[in-house]
Design a protein around this ligand. Sequence first.
Ligand SMILES: Cc1cn([C@H]2C[C@H](O)[C@@H](COP(=O)(O)OP(=O)(O)OP(=O)(O)O)O2)c(=O)[nH]c1=O
Length: 189
Amino acid sequence: MHPLILASSSPRRKELLQFLQVPFQTIHTNTDETIDPKLDAENAVKELAERKAMAAASMRPEHCVIGADTVVAVEGRILGKPVDRLDAKRMLQLLSGKVHSVYTGVAIIQGQDRKVFAEKTEVSFWELSEDEIEAYLDTGEPFDKAGSYGIQGYGSLMVKGISGDYFSVVGLPVSRLARELKAFESQTL
Ligand SMILES: Cc1cn([C@H]2C[C@H](O)[C@@H](COP(=O)(O)OP(=O)(O)OP(=O)(O)O)O2)c(=O)[nH]c1=O
């Protein structure tokens, strides 16, 4: 396989990809992350992951590029990163006491070959009080995260349970990715 590139500015994705124990470089792409309202969450993350990977692939055509995108889906709504504190508060109020789905899409692109998949994880939240939400917003943690929380940080205190891949919630489904990369490699030899 050609040298690996992670098309991401997320330090979490970089850290998670290191579990694969293969050398890679990261590059930042300026991808438009507007979601087509016609798409459901699963197709939206696949589309955005592919968009990020394609932007990087055009800069590094000789490489195998990985792009990823994460959103939260609840009651037919798709939640990305909050635009401000009020937006984050609304998202957390919406997630309070419910089960939601976290989708992470991943695109692997090398030349004309591509593999795009999405992983779904269900997360259930405790009922959150107004004070609890305000205190969480004060940590500053929600603002660069889909759904306005980080399961890996202070946000863990809001989580009652999880079904599926924890690492997919943090931004990269590493175990599935390792398997998909192996299959991709054998098909593109
Ligand atoms: C739900 C949840 C999301 N997140 C993060 C994962 C993603 O980094 C982020 C969603 O934004 P994304 O647009 O998927 O990614 P990004 O902007 O951080 O990075 P990139 O450069 O690759 O586009 O939310 C957590 O870290 N913990 C969580 O519990």
